[in-house]
Design a protein around this ligand. Structure first.
Ligand code: HEM
Length: 395
């Protein structure tokens, strides 16, 4: 253990870059109380019961109005992103429109397209015996599928990844500042192009342009504020999750062998790996009423941090939580959040993750971490393993 490594992790210090299997530290957060005052005065909510309770309170909003104003300038067109930054009836109205578009049966129907693209990406490196898998597979697979769903050309992928990285993990201040305005400009041009056609298209963007909510069509601004969030969510989280899962399976070959021998076990393995990895580690919330949670008094105006990752390591819900067990009888994890803002894209993410793992195991079953390279363990915000250098038997 290095001198600067804290002996007991706290909600402020647990997610350190470079740590492999950070979930062991996350699990130790349960040595303390369920809700903890943070150094900045906010409260970290850690247990499953407390997180579930907080995220279904109407007097807890997704964000405070000052942050909505500030963040929507950096991440958006200066208006709240839909639906993430909305609450109450306004939020419900948009979820009613969006939920059916991402329903489980619709997403399952994409399985053969996802498998075909996974094979095509693997064709490019299968003969070489080595690959940086994040850039070659984890990122392009879900991103290209998502662009097809939105109805944007694959040739725009590099620009859209540049935009998404500018928001989530910018190279520098210039990158961060340029990302939002460039995407807004791009999206307005896309809406203009479609408005000039007889029919705006049978894809998601075309659907938003013709959708009705409460008897009214969406405004151009609504369509932009929805699409902006979807691009950010659709292009990062699945890639991040896939990289965490493959890294773990590369280091745990006996568990990987179980999936190679029985691909039908993969959906259960994905649920368990989502629980353990919880790539989106937590979310911010804003109290608009007074209440007590986990013995801590919360007042209107308090900032709350709900930890999906800690809740998924709660020993009162998951027996032996740090054990990765594909055969858990029950796995009520909340890696896709809980409450009003639970993930819109979870069914899409699941089918992408199962399919990607099964095709990878079919094509290059004996992958391992390249002993001469160092994987990039990024444990903050959205946990990612980038780069993910692998070696395997060339095929
Ligand atoms: C494995 C991949 C994914 C993970 C781990 C994940 C996780 C999450 C989490 C934790 C939240 C809650 C955020 C909060 O309340 O602070 C969320 C919300 C959301 N996710 Fe995902 N997500 C994933 C994939 C996707 C995909 C592919 C889409 C694209 C449709 C998507 C769209 C959204 C949207 C629109 C919300 C906001 C929902 C609302 O505010 O009502 N996500 N996601």
């Amino acid at each position: 253990m290095s001198a600067d490594e804290p002996t007991t992790p706290t909600p402020d210090t647990v997610y350190r870059a470079g740590v492999v299997d950070v979930f062991r530290d996350v699990a130790r957060l349960h040595e303390g109380p369920p809700v903890v005052r943070r150094a900045d005065g906010g409260a970290a909510v850690l247990t499953m019961d407390a997180v579930r309770a907080v995220t279904k309170r109407r007097d807890v909003h997704s964000m405070d109005p000052v942050s909505v104003e500030m963040i929507s300038q950096v991440m958006g067109a200066g208006r709240p992103l839909i639906p993430l930054m909305l609450d109450g009836d306004e939020h419900t109205k948009y979820r009613r429109l969006l939920d059916p578009l991402f329903a489980p049966a619709k997403m399952r129907a994409l399985e053969s397209d996802i498998a075909e693209l996974a094979h095509a990406l693997i064709d490019d490196f299968a003969a070489s015996g080595e690959v940086e898998l994040f850039g070659a597979f984890c990122e392009p697979l879900p991103s290209q599928i998502f662009l097809r769903l939105l109805g944007l050309p694959a040739s725009d992928l590099d620009f859209l990844l540049w935009f998404k990285n500018g928001i989530i993990r910018p190279d520098d201040e210039e990158h961060r500042a340029a990302a939002s305005p460039k995407l807004i400009e791009y999206l307005y041009a896309e809406l203009d192009r479609r408005a000039a056609l007889d029919h705006p298209g049978d894809d998601l963007i075309g659907g938003f342009m013709t959708a009705e909510v409460d008897g009214h069509g969406l405004t151009r601004e609504d369509v932009i504020d929805i699409t902006f969030l979807l691009i950010m969510a659709g292009l990062d989280t699945v890639a991040a999750s896939l990289s965490c899962m493959i890294d773990w399976l590369a280091r745990n070959p006996e568990q990987r062998q179980r999936l190679i021998d029985d691909p039908e076990l993969t959906p259960a393995a994905v649920e368990e790996l989502m629980r353990v990895m919880t790539p989106v580690v937590g979310g911010g919330r804003h109290a608009v009423g007074d209440f007590v949670i986990g013995g801590v008094e919360i007042h209107a105006g308090d900032a709350l941090g709900v930890s999906w990752a800690a809740a998924n390591m709660d020993p009162t819900i998951f027996e032996d939580p740090t054990r990765v067990d594909f055969d858990r009888a029950s796995n009520p994890h909340i890696a896709f959040a809980s409450g009003f803002h639970r993930c819109l894209g979870s069914h899409l993410a699941r089918v992408e993750l199962w399919t990607a793992l099964n095709v990878l195991h079919d094509r290059i079953p004996d992958y391992r971490i390249d002993p001469d390279a160092i994987p990039g363990y990024n444990n903050t915000a959205i946990r990612t393993v980038d780069p993910l250098p692998l070696r395997f038997t060339p095929r």
